[in-house]
Ligand binder design. Structure first.
Ligand SMILES: *Cc1c(COP(=O)(O)O)cnc(C)c1O
Length: 385
């Protein structure tokens, strides 16, 4: 499968262009301006030059050739037409994108898949990642299929299922006293002294690029169309950045005329990007606290990328309480048979919250980003108190 698409990295801040190579993670000049307590500076975006062939598939739209991808079926997740929920809510064109059905049970597989392919292409064996749980268990699982060694830094508070899952996949696990930010710091110290490829979200530009595949899939699943509104739960802001990246790629190739409205949904107790969107810039961090562990972050690593895209494309943000998240989780499970983890249910909670203000004639898609089995202790609270 040959394509003429050529790819480079471009800094989202200064526009500098870099070759796509394992040593390159951030823009050299913008990352030098990094201050503590702000999102990562100098994030890089993959930029393509060239035209897609008429019979394109998703691999044409990625910067690594198909033969390097590991044998594990990531992506191509179902787009549900939830009849009961459509009736209950009065939205006949509501869709649910079920990314909990990825091999390791979360959306994170999209990023791990591309990072693993890139490592294989460059003969790299060791991957290092810090995670609240899903990115780590995803890299562990996809890495197992790819024959890679995965070193995972996980906060002690991570849900047990995500931890056990990572051990099953054979990851080398370092349990960190402290939160995700501390785990991130330790993982970066390890990379700088011992080497290995960072799969840290946002830091490795391919995490954003891999996540864009969800937008390409939805476009194909809806018959070369996109929904009018996309609801996305947001922690570090990398999924939403990837969603926008996919939309931008479709737009640049002339495949869509306009970019849908993307709604960033955050937990009330972890709302850095939503606050930045309303203030125009990032505010001093507030310690995060929410039942949705996968979107609980003090300083969102991908914040600048997400904020830039939200502004450019007039995206919106909404926050939801833990109670609303648990209620949405139960609603989805009870009315559709779709059991998603709290961070996934948050996106649905955002849709339910805005419902009154939305037109029932438009087409909506809600991204459900992880399986409910990932965090039973939280799900239990929604049904047993
Ligand atoms: C990581 C994750 C998110 C949020 O993605 P960010 O890139 O951190 O914004 C949402 N839901 C689930 C299940 C996740 O694992």
């Amino acid at each position: 499968m040959k394509t003429d698409m050529k790819a480079v990295y471009r800094c989202i801040e200064c526009g500098a262009v870099y070759k796509i190579e394992p040593e390159r993670m951030l823009c050299a000049s913008c990352s030098a301006l990094q201050r503590a307590d702000e999102p990562l500076r100098g994030l890089l975006e993959v930029e393509y030059d060239g035209r897609l062939p008429a019979d394109w598939d998703i691999f044409h739209f990625l910067p690594v050739e198909p033969e390097y991808f590991p044998p594990i079926p990531v992506g191509h997740t179902p787009l549900w037409k939830p009849e009961n929920l459509r009736k209950e809510t009065g939205f006949p064109e509501l869709y649910l994108k079920d990314d909990g059905s990825n091999p390791t049970g979360s959306f994170k597989d999209r990023a791990s898949f591309l990072v693993a392919a890139f490592a294989r292409k460059h003969g790299i064996r060791d991957i290092v990642v810090a995670s609240t749980g899903n990115a780590g268990s995803s890299m562990a699982g996809v890495g197992a299929a790819a024959g890679l060694n995965v070193r995972l830094y996980l906060p002690e508070s991570a849900p047990e299922a995500k931890l056990v899952q990572s051990l099953q996949y054979g990851a080398q696990l370092i349990r960190v006293k402290g939160n995700y930010d501390e785990a991130y710091k330790q993982s970066m110290e390890y990379v700088s002294t011992h080497g290995g490829l960072s799969r840290n979200t946002a830091h490795n530009p391919l995490t954003i690029e891999g996540k864009k595949t969800v937008s390409l899939e939805i476009y194909r699943q809806l018959g070369k169309k996109l929904p009018d509104f996309l609801f996305v739960s947001v922690g570090d802001g990398v999924i939403i950045s990837g969603v926008y990246k996919g939309l931008d790629d479709l737009h640049r190739q002339g495949l869509i005329e306009r970019i849908p409205t993307v709604i960033a949904v955050q937990a009330e107790g972890s709302s850095a990007i939503s606050r930045a969107l309303s203030h125009g810039e990032f505010q001093p961090p507030v310690p995060a606290s929410t039942i949705a562990d996968s979107i609980s972050v003090d300083v969102p690593k991908g914040g600048y990328f997400a904020l830039k895209k939200l502004r450019e494309h007039k995206g919106e943000a909404v926050t939801v309480s833990d109670k609303e998240i648990l209620r949405a989780q139960h609603t989805l499970a009870r009315s559709c048979g779709l059991f998603t983890e709290p961070a996934g249910a948050a996106a649905a909670a955002g849709f339910f919250k805005l419902r009154e203000k939305l037109s029932s004639k438009a087409v909506y898609a809600v991204l459900l980003t992880g399986s409910g089995l990932k965090d039973i202790a939280s799900a239990r609270k929604g049904v047993m108190g």
